[in-house]
Design a protein around this ligand. Structure first.
Ligand SMILES: O=C(CO)[C@@H](O)[C@H](O)COP(=O)(O)O
Ligand SMILES: [Fe+2]
Length: 228
């Protein structure tokens, strides 16, 4: 079992005027990576930031933090090279946003980044499956992409369970409404990369929330390995 429990705060929920210090604060509170939500106002009805912001963040926080770019954009091909140059580590694009996932996967790899492939709630996991052996991480959205602070969609968990059963070593990420109330469902289903925005950033004690999320997921991974 190659995968481990990792917690990635979504900094979309933080005070955006202090993004650099918020990233540093999350890493100091025990985050394993940072989940950066890029929205273009077209693929989703909201706008956040692009590669110039990522470049500034990289300069501000140093080389260490792993930047998982959640690209909620209509033309993901367009931003591969700029994001790689800006210091992104993983480029997670939406299956719904491209007609040629195979070529995009190749371009992301050639740019030196890891590859993530995301699906919206209305997309079946069978549509993602043909690409699963070529990617580093599958992202199962547990809200409609576009905004933080939405309600967790428990009915996405069968997608996670199915992926875990078919691809035992794959990194599987969940994103949207994940926090102490929903983490058990995600962990039981087999998710190991956990994005949490409002539950972590909005907490008075983000360190404890991150530690709790990681413990629940790590215990589920251990249980799965003993059951095999
Ligand atoms: O991609 C998205 C939303 O589209 C997420 O990354 C959210 O920003 C996570 O925030 P919470 O749902 O955990 O508040
Ligand atoms: Fe996200």
């Amino acid at each position: 079992m190659a995968y481990s429990a990792k917690i990635g705060p979504s900094i979309l929920s933080s005070d955006l005027s202090c993004l650099g210090s918020e990233c540093v604060r999350m890493m100091e509170c025990g985050a394993d990576y940072l989940h950066l939500d890029v929205m273009d106002g077209h693929f989703v009805p909201n706008i956040t930031f692009g590669h110039p912001m990522v470049e500034c963040l990289r300069k501000s926080v140093g080389q260490d933090p792993f930047f998982d770019m959640h690209m909620m954009v209509s033309r993901p091909e367009q931003w591969v090279k700029p994001m790689a140059a800006a210091g992104a580590n993983q480029y997670t694009f939406h299956l719904e946003a491209t007609t040629n996932p195979g070529n995009l996967i190749k371009e992301i790899r050639e740019s030196g980044m890891k590859v993530g492939l995301a699906i919206k709630p209305g997309t079946t996991v069978e549509e993602l499956a043909p690409w699963a052996n070529q990617i580093d991480m599958a992202l199962v959205m547990t809200v409609e992409p576009g905004f933080g602070g939405q309600k967790f969609m428990e009915d996405m968990m069968p997608k996670v369970s199915w992926l875990r059963s078919q691809f035992p070593s794959l990194d599987i990420e969940v994103d949207g409404g994940v926090g102490p109330d929903s983490i058990h469902k995600c962990a039981e289903a087999g998710a190991n990369m956990i994005v949490s925005g409002s539950a972590v950033i909005g907490s008075d004690d983000p360190r404890s929330v991150i530690a709790l999320l990681r413990t629940v997921v790590a215990e589920a991974i251990q249980k799965r390995s003993l059951d095999r």
